[in-house]
Design a protein around this ligand. Sequence first.
Ligand SMILES: [Fe+2]
Length: 345
Amino acid sequence: MIFEQVATGGCQSYLIGCPNSYVAAVIDPEIRQVERYQAIAAQHGLRIRYVIDTHTHADHFSGSKRLGAALGVPVVMHKLSPAPYADMRVDEGETIKVGETRLRVLHTPGHTRDSMCLVSNDRVFTGDTLLIGATGRTDLPSGDPGELYDSLFNKLLKLDPKLKIYPAHDYKGHTCSTIGDELTDNPRLQKRDREAFIEMMRTLSLSMPEHLTEALRVNMSGGVSVAQLLFEAATQTPFMTLEDARDAIESGANDFIVLDTREKEAFEAGHIPGAIHLPRGQLELRVNDVLLDPTVRILCTCEFGKISTLAAQTLRRMGFSRTVALDGGLQAWRDQGFPTEIGAA
Ligand SMILES: [Fe+2]
């Protein structure tokens, strides 16, 4: 088996490939690594045929939808997954054929209702059901400590102790363990009594993961994160550096407009001299009154350089094809000591 482990912070994802048929699958892709999985597959001469999520992730953004769409291949999830973009739903005992490599599905609810482990010849991808030295938590939506106990002790841990385990998370730099080592060393697995295990899981005081609400929204619906929205806008918008913007303003060109997209109070407290004020929230409403000439160069500004990117993208779509966004925003402009003026437009 061709095998690559890709870590993003504490998130672990995997590319497995069949060396004879050149077919591959990616397990638990992270959205920032979508290009990388494709590059790794190409390096090995593999074609990714499946994108698999072991469960609905609550703490990071799944790359499955994007990777599946980019490659035109199915996103595989357990049949209980709420994600509408999961187009190949699998259940207990079913097998995914990755060339000559087989991944057998074990439904292992507990961390989430839709959690599954994927068993191949010498290893098992455990998602967040079993981690190295820990287990997945059971206090997030659809988690259940009793179900996790049953999934672990009545199913996963009954597999061959020599099987290697590869989890969806590891924060301590481990890359791999075995079922046998976890049975003896994993502190969470030492409570073998069901009630004692449930009590232990209920009394863990774990902090909430960052981006919980947003990750669940994106991963359950197939929508985009705010970061993704900004990233996509930035790929369709040219930027102007602070220095080039200052020079363009100083040159006094009559086909150059600075458009400040912040709210009124922020604009009046200090804006680039000569800027026109059109808040982002009123852009579509007032564009026809404020921007009369589609051939002028428009420099969109805001406080941090993000909302102005969205505004620039919108203006470009409307036909203001020379629109750019200020790289860095007003905060960076002031930090450079560049001039501002106060007062109403
Ligand atoms: Fe998880």
